[in-house]
Design a protein around this ligand. Structure first.
Ligand code: ADP
Ligand code: MG
Ligand code: ZN
Length: 613
């Protein structure tokens, strides 16, 4: 409505301006009498005419008594010839000044055309705009609740198949069945088997859930309707629900087809927790998904695949039989899978042939498929920047650090004193890690700033680990506090910097997890504290308390005790091996970065030799 009024306004202003222009154009010629050419001829013969200006076919005539007249002649004929036809002789014309004006016709044509065509054109334009706007608004109003699902019908080029997904043997096997349902539902229905309606892919971000869903569509050769949970939720209540309706309608027309709802936790969170805004909207959307899933026949050829990394917050109604009753867990790739993923993502990249992907897989525990894809891409970019023909191990190792910790910040200038403090800090982490038996081997120590960290110490297990022992928790805690302890040892209580604050946070978290999640505190016994069904409010998880205030105090004191023990242990170790610490710090100041072999060669002590300190 606002734009409509604005249009009217523009129209009115344009009309006024036009009228003014037309007026100027017209009044620039005074009021003149228009006469026929025969009359002009007669006047000439009567010697009443002083001057004739000829502009194309228009004659502007000045009479001897100072009046003005206009007349028209035929275009293309010369005026004397024309007048001759009216009996004007050359003699008669002698007394008349004939001026042929070259002024182009725009003045004249504008004056003529604007008053006639201007309004028509303007009205036309106005109508055009109004029509467009109205229909635009209509379209938008109509299309409001329509799904914005991206539809993909796999063609040979963009098709993703199971071969493009490395590892995930079990998940693929599970989904192979879904592929067969879609390809040949007859086989199952004739056996009286009900085809599942929903498959839920669960796993951490970047582990390949979306990829897997697309691979299922590619393998089955069916259309794939892709929509993200957050796309359902708009500002307007009811939009989500109608989008769901439309999505399923489209799927029904395309069946057999896959409807893929990515990040379903955005709409599928447990209902009724009463926290956070736009709640009704989410609930309505979720309800509509449930209604649609119940509504279509089990054998209609539509399979809904949903993905989430927060299966723990999903509404139980979603997981009920008849809905997402098949669940496929996607987890972090193990070493073999990482090797395979690296293989896939280095396929079209010229890699130094001496690089063993296996070694790379060893260096990257905890990396997801997305991390590994990113790693290879960063290495390729680095190689281009360095104008290399092939990607060497250097680019890859640098990219590992970049993916892990963020880009180097070499531009960040540290003073010598700050550098020294960082060297002791990182040296503290590294030395404690080296001296303790159960902490992972130190792979790299550096005082180059990366991301938020002033420096970094990289420790990594030799093999993938699935379980962590209490001894590991306790050693890791000491390593986490090694930097803090070193700073305190070298610079004294008062000179502790703000540097270790993130270390302290992670130490607190390790201790808290050990106590509340893994039952590793004797004082509290083998139970968990706080439910993990977090309610997300303002982006923060709030653990529900399922214990008393007294227990809360006990938890706090246990956490404090663990952290303090660890700090004392780190301090004892660093005091005893002070010589080694100085050596590491000096070397770091010289070289900035120490690789595992350099670091180990520098030290006189074996891994784990401080375990009893
Ligand atoms: P998710 O949906 O689980 O967050 P994606 O499916 O979006 O993860 O994965 C992101 C990217 O990571 C993929 O596009 C792919 O390049 C890469 N990737 C992840 N897992 C694998 C895998 N198993 N094999 C090959 N590439 C993978
Ligand atoms: Mg995804
Ligand atoms: Zn630190």
């Amino acid at each position: 409505m606002r734009t409509f009024l604005k249009n009217i306004g523009i129209f009115v202003i344009a009309m006024i301006i036009l009228a003014l222009i037309a007026n100027v154009v017209r009044t620039s010629k005074e009021e003149v009498r228009s006469v026929a050419l025969s009359e002009v001829a007669a006047q000439i013969q009567r010697k009443e005419i002083k001057k004739i200006e000829i502009l194309d076919a228009t004659l502007t005539i000045q009479t001897t008594d100072g009046k003005k007249e206009t007349s028209r002649k035929e275009l293309g004929e010369s005026l004397p010839t024309e007048l001759h036809n009216y009996g004007v002789s050359i003699e008669d014309l002698k007394g008349v000044e004939l001026v042929v004006t070259e002024e182009s016709g725009w003045h004249y044509w504008l004056g003529l055309l604007i008053p006639v065509f201007g309004p028509i054109i303007l009205i036309g334009i106005l109508f055009f705009y109004m029509a467009r706007q109205v229909s635009g608004a209509n379209n938008r109003a109509m299309g409001f609740g329509q799904s914005v699902a991206k539809e993909m019908v796999a063609d040979e080029k963009t098709k993703v198949s199971f071969a493009d997904v490395a590892g995930m043997k079990e998940s693929k096997e599970e989904l192979q069945e879904v592929v067969e349902f879609l390809r040949d539902s007859e086989k199952f229905t004739s056996m009286g088997a009900k085809i599942p309606k929903g498959v839920l892919l669960m796993g951490p971000p970047g582990t390949g859930k979306t990829l897997l869903a697309r691979a299922v569509a590619g393998e089955a050769g069916v259309p794939f309707l892709h929509m993200s949970g957050s796309e359902f939720v708009e500002m307007f209540v009811g939009v989500g629900a109608s989008r769901v309706r439309d999505l399923f309608n489209r799927a029904k027309k395309l069946a057999p087809a896959i409807v893929f709802i990515d990040e379903i936790d955005a709409v599928g969170r447990r209902r009724g927790s009463g926290m956070g805004g736009s709640h009704d909207e989410r609930e309505q959307t979720l309800n509509q998904i449930l209604v649609e899933m119940d509504g279509f026949e089990a054998n209609s050829g539509i399979i809904v695949i949903a993905a989430t990394n927060r299966a723990d917050v999903l509404d139980p109604a979603l997981l009920r039989p008849g809905r997402f009753d098949r669940r496929v867990t996607v987890s972090y790739p193990d070493i073999n899978e990482r090797e395979a993923i690296l293989g896939i993502h280095s396929k079209n990249k010229p890699l130094d042939p001496t690089i063993a992907l296996r070694t790379l897989a060893e260096r990257t525990p905890g990396f997801t498929g997305a991390d590994l894809a990113n790693l290879m891409n960063e290495a390729a970019i680095l190689a281009v920047r360095r104008q290399l023909k092939i990607i060497s191990i250097n680019e890859i190792l640098e990219s590992v650090d970049k993916v892990l910790l963020g880009p180097e910040r070499r531009s960040h200038v540290f003073s010598e004193e700050e550098k020294k403090m960082t060297a002791y800090h990182e040296g503290g982490h590294a030395l404690v890690g080296h001296l303790l038996k159960h902490s992972d081997p130190i792979r790299k120590v550096s005082i180059i700033s990366r991301g938020h960290a002033g420096g970094y110490t990289l420790k990594m297990p030799t093999e993938d680990k699935h379980y962590h022992t209490r001894a590991e928790f306790i050693d890791d805690l000491a390593v986490a506090l090694g930097g803090y302890a070193a700073e305190k040892l070298i610079y004294g209580e008062d000179m502790i910097s703000t540097g270790p604050s993130s270390d302290l946070r992670s130490a607190t978290r390790i201790a808290r997890d050990a106590v509340t999640q893994y039952g590793m505190s004797d004082a509290l016994g083998p139970r968990t504290f706080g439910t993990r069904e977090e309610l997300v409010y303002a982006g923060q998880g709030i653990a529900e308390k399922d214990y008393s205030e007294k227990t809360a105090e006990l938890i706090d004191s246990e956490v404090a005790r663990m952290v303090n023990d660890a700090r004392a242990r780190a301090t004892r170790l660093l005091t005893k091996y002070r010589g080694q610490l100085d050596r590491i710090a000096d070397e770091l100041l010289k070289k900035e970065t120490l690789e595992e072999n350099e670091f180990v060669a520098l030290l006189d002590v074996e891994k784990g030799s401080g375990a009893l300190v």
